[in-house]
Ligand binder design. Sequence first.
Ligand code: DQA
Length: 143
Amino acid sequence: MKVLVLGGPNLNLLGQREPEIYGSDTLKDIESFVNSSFGEEFVSVWRQSNDESELINWIQDAKSEGFEALVINPAGLTHTSVSLHDALKFFEGTKIEVHLSNTYKREEFRKVKITSGASDGVIEGLGKYGYKLAFQYILDKRK
Ligand code: DQA
């Protein structure tokens, strides 16, 4: 099963960026952690962009590229992007939004979640384990 994993702005800085909040793992480390937790069940493709339009284009093309499920951490765009929300609605496969931090423990502006209603579910505050849980859900749901 092909799963597309998308990361929004600044997630390329994981490992260096506010490690007290996001931990010391890089995005590549999280990818390796998830891949090592599963076997042949998944082919996952991990992409990150600081550019909203690039993320939207990847979502629009996901079906024709053969992706059956999408795991997305829209990062700061979670709180601002109607366009990303609308693109997510277009993708018909399983969609999970993941956040490393528990945004409810943070600034007020992070409590506004524009993209979150477009996904099947949201996992947040569990760091890299949130990604693993998203994959586990996708796997179990398929069976
Ligand atoms: C984040 C939470 C967002 O509020 C923030 O803008 C991020 C990362 C998370 O994974 O905890 O960039 O999505």
